[in-house]
Design a protein around this ligand. Structure first.
Ligand SMILES: *[C@@H]1O[C@H](CO)[C@@H](O)[C@H](O)[C@H]1NC(C)=O
Ligand SMILES: *[C@@H]1O[C@H](CO)[C@@H](O)[C@H](O)[C@H]1NC(C)=O
Length: 344
């Protein structure tokens, strides 16, 4: 079992300088690479898999994607996973992070019918990794919601808490003997902001300031339910861990003596990172207060009777708090704040 896991592709946090002046990684530091199901599997309409929101978007609105590409074939990893695992072994990675395609395992999105080919595929992949001693790190949800569930509102539908829990339950039961590290959600900000609050990502709902907050309400509850299910029912026998992977563009003041910039950087970090990290990783729980106040003020200024950001009640604040064994961070870019105004 590795001592620390680095998630994401970007930059390193821990290194130290050796006597010779070289920097090196601490002993036990592990390296891996990562993919997402829709990014690599292809085989979008065969072996029982149903359509997901990215299939729908890329087929019906190809202009939304710069070069019109879709995931119909992608890297064809559904058919060529053995070669992919060979490549991983050749690279010498310690772990491989990949995601399950919900629509491949449960074509309706619900547990009414389990697709045997989907189950077989992931067992085969996990077995191939085990043969090469590569540890799997599995993401349950990496953006590719079954279209059937999107038709019912997707992450804006509170019922999704149950659907996600049921899907997670099936995955823990079926695959938990082979997986010690789970990530329930990858990059919730991208899911809620870009796909519900905007139209940058599928399903491109573009409900700015409303859909994004409905999504985070449901997603954080679904995350907590999956965590508690694992913690109580599966961890005692499977001995694994379960976490969330949060992405953040990070903001720094360009002038650390400029109080306004320092404040703006903090507000921006709370809106991006704190939105999902604060409810899970702080003692206080719930959304960051600066976010709650800011959206409430903005909503009042718009003449709305209540804030667009619905807060969790005490039950959910407590239920969500502490529901991650590790924090996964995906980091891509840091911005320097020079004084621009940001708002919800
Ligand atoms: C699956 O999709 C491909 C396009 O990627 C299409 O050519 C083929 O007819 C579809 N197959 C089925 C069974 O619908
Ligand atoms: C996980 O389960 C353990 C053992 O029952 C319990 O002590 C702990 O509080 C649970 N974690 C959370 C976040 O509920």
């Amino acid at each position: 079992m590795p001592h620390s896991v680095l998630i994401g592709f970007a930059v390193l946090v821990i290194c130290h300088t050796s006597q010779a002046g070289y920097t090196k990684f601490p002993d036990g530091f592990t390296f891996g690479v990562a993919t997402a199901a829709h990014q690599i599997e292809g085989a979008w309409n065969v072996s029982g898999k149903s359509e997901n929101v990215w299939d729908r978007l890329s087929h019906t609105r190809p202009e939304m994607i710069a070069d019109g590409t879709n995931g119909d074939i992608a890297c064809d990893s559904y058919n060529r996973y053995r070669e992919d695992v060979e490549e991983l072994a050749y690279m010498g990675v310690d772990f491989y992070r990949f995601s399950f395609s919900w629509a491949r395992i449960l074509p309706s999105g619900r547990v009414d019918f389990v697709n045997p080919d989907g189950i077989r595929y992931y067992h085969d992949l996990l077995d191939a990794l085990a043969e090469k001693n590569i540890e799997p790190l599995v993401t349950l949800f990496h953006w590719d919601l079954p279209q059937t569930l999107q038709d019912l509102g997707g992450w804006a539908n509170p019922k999704m808490v149950d659907y996600f829990r049921d899907y997670a339950d099936l995955c823990f039961k079926e695959f938990g003997g082979k997986i010690k590290s789970w990530i329930a959600f990858n990059e919730p900000y991208e899911i809620c902001e870009d796909a519900y609050g905007d139209e940058k990502k599928a399903p491109a709902i573009d409900s700015h300031g409303v859909g994004n907050y409905l999504c985070s309400d449901t997603l954080l509850k679904a995350h907590a339910e999956a965590y508690h299910l694992y913690n109580e029912t599966y961890r005692p026998t499977q001995n694994g861990r379960i976490m969330i992977s949060i992405n953040s563009i990070w903001y720094e003041p360009s002038d650390t003596n400029n109080a306004e910039q320092v404040t703006l950087a903090e507000v921006a970090n709370q809106f991006k990172f704190g939105w999902f990290a604060h409810p899970i990783f702080t003692e206080e729980g719930g959304y960051p207060s600066v976010m709650v106040e800011n959206v409430a003020q903005q909503s009042a200024a718009e003449g709305l009777p209540k804030s667009r950001l619905e807060q969790f009640d005490q039950y959910w604040i407590d239920r969500i708090k502490g529901t991650s064994d590790f924090l996964g961070i995906n980091h891509y870019t840091t911005h320097l704040i020079t004084g621009a105004r940001c708002g919800p």
